[in-house]
Write a protein that binds this ligand. Structure first.
Ligand SMILES: Cc1ncc(C[n+]2csc(CCOP(=O)(O)OP(=O)(O)O)c2C)c(N)n1
Ligand SMILES: [Mg+2]
Length: 267
């Protein structure tokens, strides 16, 4: 990935974060943490990796995306809006009773949403079904799904992983957002799923290159998966990632004011 693309993706992620906060601020409810933590990943998937067409959201040959951690809907909405699936202004209606943008994504009302999610653990199962269907239909469709690291405490996740392995679904990309947090505290305190990659490998007998995957390395990683068809699951471990943010703030009116372009590097 060259520096200009990286910069473009970082700017896209910043715009996503602004929209995420704008939506949640106006709704006075929602899940800011889990939404903010996938901003770069969504920027990468929708700008580089996935085959989608905002002008034709139901295009049959598109890749599919399932936000298994459906409570991060504001991140998906921000990404889809920035890609042109619907107007960015609509993000302000998040969670309002007459809005199509509810707290969890609905495939019935939101252009670009491939699966309704929100009940943790179930999204990956539907992604597995989509990947299997693509195989039956002999389609070159890839299915991407993002899970929370707290979400993988759900037993259903492991059934889905086992099934994906049994059916050799090499068109499925599973990403775990390892932000180390869930609602009640750190995932270690609540019910640690660590070591995550080893568990996927042991249970689903899959190959896994996990360790630390940065935005720069992600492209290489996914290309590798495309070439080596045996690859099944990709894990994105975030707690060690170096990240860069622009500094900005939300005005009381809900609009965003850009303060400075300084970068803060976080560990
Ligand atoms: C089956 C189910 N149980 C409980 C919830 C409520 N809930 C919403 S978010 C959340 C925490 C999820 O943590 P994690 O998967 O790590 O997501 P993060 O916000 O950190 O990305 C919980 C328990 C739910 N949506 N579904
Ligand atoms: Mg988490």
């Amino acid at each position: 990935m060259n520096n200009s693309l990286k910069h473009q993706l970082e700017l896209f992620a910043v715009k996503e974060r602004m929209l995420i906060l704008e939506g949640i601020f106006n709704a006075k409810a929602g899940h800011p943490g889990g939404s903010l933590s996938i901003a770069e990943l969504m920027a990468y998937l929708y700008n580089v990796e996935m085959k989608v067409d905002p002008a034709n959201p139901k295009w049959e040959d598109r890749d599919r995306f399932v936000l298994s951690k459906g409570h991060a809907a504001p991140a998906l909405y921000a990404t889809l809006a920035l890609k042109g699936f619907f107007p960015t202004e609509d993000i302000k209606t998040l969670r309002k009773s007459d809005s199509y943008l509810q707290g969890h994504p609905s495939m019935k009302s939101v252009p670009g949403v491939d699966m309704s999610t929100g009940s943790l653990g179930q999204g990956i199962s539907t992604a597995v079904g989509m990947a299997l269907a693509a195989k039956y239909d002999k389609k070159d469709t890839r299915v991407y799904t993002i899970l929370g690291d707290g979400e993988i405490e759900e037993g259903q996740v492991w059934e889905a992983a086992m099934f994906a392995s049994a059916k050799k679904l090499d068109n499925l990309v599973v990403i775990v957002d390892n932000n180390n947090l869930q609602i009640d505290g750190s995932i270690e305190e609540v019910n640690s799923p660590y070591p995550i990659p080893e568990k996927f490998v042991a249970l689903a007998s899959i190959q896994s290159k996990s360790t630390v995957i940065t935005l720069m390395k992600l492209k290489k990683h996914l290309i590798m998966q495309r070439k080596q068809r045996a690859y099944l699951l990709q894990l994105l471990q975030r707690q060690l990632r170096v990240r860069a943010f622009l500094i900005w703030k939300i005005r009381l009116t809900g609009t965003v004011q850009h303060l400075t372009k300084n970068f803060i590097i976080r560990q």
